[in-house]
Design a binder for this molecule. Structure first.
Ligand SMILES: Nc1ncnc2c1ncn2[C@@H]1O[C@H](COP(=O)(O)OP(=O)(O)O)[C@@H](O)[C@H]1O
Ligand SMILES: [Mg+2]
Length: 398
């Protein structure tokens, strides 16, 4: 298409605003912010990237973007990519995840790309990185794939070679010579490199206490300078470990921050909310509501957070303290449709106590459109006349 430009000096002159966000981007941003606590640099980077993709301005013959996420373990690096999959495809599994630690030896690389014809097991292997696997979530509107290389500091040399090729040329040749095209793919890589150096810089460590910001103690250093410094120590650590040819292929390096106490509180809310939604959606059972007391929350956080693993064990602590006991109460018919169960830390033991505090808070409401099964709705009508809450809803857990 030829475009001939004509300058119209009389045309209206208007200042344009590149910071304005369209509806689709705003919805995407809201969806991400509902799932991720803090880590605004990562969210900003992803939102900008998605906007460039929607406008079709990503570079040709390369992946849509190559992103490296650095920073402490359990701070949300992997979760951010899953949250993007949920925001775009309504499924946290709508991505291909390569755990680099699992592909150390050459026969394990064959799991990724398949083995050449004639090799033992050639027919049995279904490579992970095929075009079909990559495109499986595509829709007419959204031809975008997410590929995550998790914990790349554990990658073997052969995996590095493979990765470098993808980052540069957006193609990969499988064992049987088929070619895979990554030009509609965003490549995410994560590593906890730099976390130790960041920790050294933040005196007071990654513990529950909010680290004293240098800006507060050192008048000469402002908060942005301090943030830059944290970024720099992590990126320098990555430069020392990774080759220049790798670093040069990255479009963006984002340094995640250690979670603070108030972040963990918010993450706990998110996770407890997910458990509540699981209970409401569980087939064949009587949905009920639960709430955790402050002491129950503290105990879960104590068990689910530690400086070394961040929030990694939070879900496990919730399963152990809340989900498993609630499942037992359900299996033994001790909770009924619409009950409100209060979860408290038992002061005399390491377990939780469970008390029914109210009943009749949910009523089944049939949907008028279609023939879907009845979905329970919260019934506060008796307590608050005229107020009916919609499903799904968030439950106050504080
Ligand atoms: N910033 C965050 N926002 C929301 N959840 C988080 C965040 N950081 C950690 N989590 C929780 O902790 C779990 C482990 O985080 P993950 O993303 O796997 O950490 P890593 O940085 O080591 O990749 C996540 O599945 C999520 O439940
Ligand atoms: Mg991770």
């Amino acid at each position: 298409m030829d475009i001939v430009g004509a300058r119209n000096p009389a045309g209206p002159r208007q200042i344009l605003d590149p910071n304005r966000r369209g509806d689709e981007i705003s919805r995407f941003e809201d969806a991400l912010r509902r799932k991720i606590v803090g880590q605004s640099a990562a969210l900003e980077a992803i939102i900008e990237l998605y906007q460039t993709f929607l406008a079709g301005l990503h570079p040709p013959n390369r992946p849509i973007a190559n992103f490296l996420f650095l920073g402490p373990t359990g701070s949300g690096k992997t979760r951010v990519v899953e949250a993007m999959a949920e925001a775009l495809f309504h499924d946290a599994r709508a991505l291909i995840k390569v755990d680099c630690g699992e592909f150390q030896h050459s026969h394990e690389i064959a799991k990724l790309i398949g083995s050449p014809p004639g090799y033992l097991g050639h027919r049995e292997t279904h490579p992970v990185l095929t075009q079909e696997a990559l495109n499986q979530w595509h829709t007419d509107r959204m031809r975008l794939s997410l590929l995550l290389f998790d914990e790349i500091e554990k990658a073997s040399d052969s995996l590095w070679q493979l990765l470098l090729g993808i980052l540069d040329k957006a193609t990969l040749t499988l064992g049987d010579n088929r070619r895979v095209d990554f030009s509609q793919t965003i490549i995410f890589m994560t590593s906890n490199l730099g976390a130790a150096e960041m920790n050294n810089l933040i005196q007071g460590g990654l513990g529950f206490t909010c680290p004293r910001r240098a800006a507060q103690s050192d008048q000469e250093e402002s908060a942005p300078q301090w943030e830059d410094k944290l970024d720099r120590v992590a990126i320098d650590a990555a430069r020392r470990k990774f080759s220049p040819e790798f670093m040069n292929r990255l479009d963006r390096v984002v340094v995640f921050r250690a979670l603070r106490r108030q972040d963990l509180d918010s993450i706990l809310d998110l996770e407890l909310n997910l458990v509540q939604q699981r209970i409401l959606a569980a087939a064949g059972s009587a949905p009920f509501l639960f709430s955790c007391s402050p002491s129950a929350r503290s105990r879960i956080l104590e068990q689910g957070y530690d400086p070394k693993y961040g929030a990694r064990h939070l879900k496990r602590a919730i399963e152990r303290n809340v989900v498993f006991p609630l499942a037992k109460l359900m299996a033994t018919g001790q909770v009924k449709l619409g009950d409100l169960v209060r979860v408290d830390a038992d002061p005399n033991s390491s377990s939780m106590s469970f008390v029914r505090e109210a009943e009749g808070l949910l009523i089944p409401v049939s949907r008028e459109i279609g023939h879907e099964p009845p979905v329970p709705q919260m019934n506060r009508a008796a307590r608050m006349p005229g107020r009916r809450l919609e499903f799904p809803f968030s439950v106050e857990t504080k």
